[in-house]
Design a protein around this ligand. Structure first.
Ligand SMILES: Cc1cc2nc3c(=O)[nH]c(=O)nc-3n(C[C@H](O)[C@H](O)[C@H](O)COP(=O)(O)O)c2cc1C
Length: 140
């Protein structure tokens, strides 16, 4: 099994969550590639069984618009038959930006798992079991 974890992170919170996800994937015997979205290439994705995409809440409950959203828009256009899982961190809101993130994959061939995981950035340290559960549900 091969997984790739691609994230955008300005202040390191979503990067931290991405690292925890990557560690959990390794512990579940997946080969893992962890990449900042700035270094990710759409052409590399065909190799992977699972694609994890992570972005913090930005704007008004939006995805980051200059780098991450354009990347996801191009990924959506590729319309691959791939399993995708979405995650991220947020500050003062409640993670509702995840809904719009999920909707980007409506009417595509991508297979999203039943839930996405948004975590308040204050709760990252205490969320390791939630993140572990999330990873295990995606790959099982
Ligand atoms: C420009 C900007 C917009 C943001 N908008 C939201 C928002 O709409 N809702 C929210 O809950 N947090 C918002 N935040 C807080 C970030 O989502 C939060 O600090 C997140 O953990 C940052 O992740 P990062 O360290 O990976 O960049 C915003 C932060 C920035 C800098």
């Amino acid at each position: 099994m091969k997984s790739i974890v691609i994230y955008f992170s300005k202040t390191g919170k979503t990067k931290k969550m991405a690292e925890i996800i990557a560690n959990n994937l390794s512990e579940n015997n997946s080969e893992v590639t962890l990449l900042d979205v700035l270094d990710a290439k759409l052409s590399d994705l065909a190799d992977y069984d699972f694609i994890f995409l992570g972005c913090p809440a930005r704007g008004n409950e939006e995805l980051e618009k200059d780098v991450f959203k354009p990347f996801v828009t191009q990924l959506v256009d590729l319309n691959l038959d791939k399993k995708i899982a979405l995650f991220g961190t947020y500050g003062w809101g409640n993670g509702k930006y995840m809904q719009g993130f999920r909707e980007m994959f409506n009417q595509t061939n991508y297979r999203l798992n039943d839930f996405s995981l948004a975590i308040n950035n204050n709760a990252l340290e205490t969320s390791s079991s939630i993140i572990k559960d999330f990873v295990e549900k995606v790959i099982r």
